[in-house]
Ligand binder design. Sequence first.
Ligand SMILES: CC(C)(COP(=O)(O)OP(=O)(O)OC[C@H]1O[C@@H](n2cnc3c(N)ncnc32)[C@H](O)[C@@H]1OP(=O)(O)O)[C@@H](O)C(=O)NCCC(=O)NCCS
Length: 141
Amino acid sequence: MCRSIAELCTSDHKGDPAILERWLGNKTPDVFRAWIRQSDNNLLVAIDCERVVGVGSVTDQGQITLNYVSPDARFRGVSKTLLAALECRAASRGCLFCTLNSTETARRFYLAQGYVETGVPGGHFGTSSGYPMSKSLRAGV
Ligand SMILES: CC(C)(COP(=O)(O)OP(=O)(O)OC[C@H]1O[C@@H](n2cnc3c(N)ncnc32)[C@H](O)[C@@H]1OP(=O)(O)O)[C@@H](O)C(=O)NCCC(=O)NCCS
């Protein structure tokens, strides 16, 4: 996850050490364990040859809070597969929509996956991105 942010999300942090420090600051093993334990959170990983190549999470309310691919596995369908699994999990919890705040880096990806922008960017750890987006989980709606 940290490599995904540092190496792939360059359009967002632009190499600014202060932004990177804020963004990576809460990506610690303890915080990560707390996300796994959170009872209304669903944390999924993508595995390739016994290696974790992606991580994503969605709350029972349909908010996608993580979706990060390893730089070693970029553009091989990992995020598409993970996103579909997160949406499936949200639907199984009764959600009608998924929502998220997209990085600049993933904006085009989410638009291609059927998300629509729902507001102005809220800023993301000091970046100018954090695009609020939403997608209906009901077919054709
Ligand atoms: C952009 C990103 C999300 C794509 O995920 P991936 O696992 O590498 O790629 P996938 O094979 O699953 O998806 C490919 C799709 O990404 C999109 N895509 C392709 N090139 C892209 C690029 N340079 N930038 C953004 N999106 C791109 C296209 O929609 C493509 O679909 P297509 O092959 O049908 O045209 C990923 O590479 C990335 O940069 N992640 C960084 C972490 C991040 O920002 N996560 C979002 C947190 S909200």
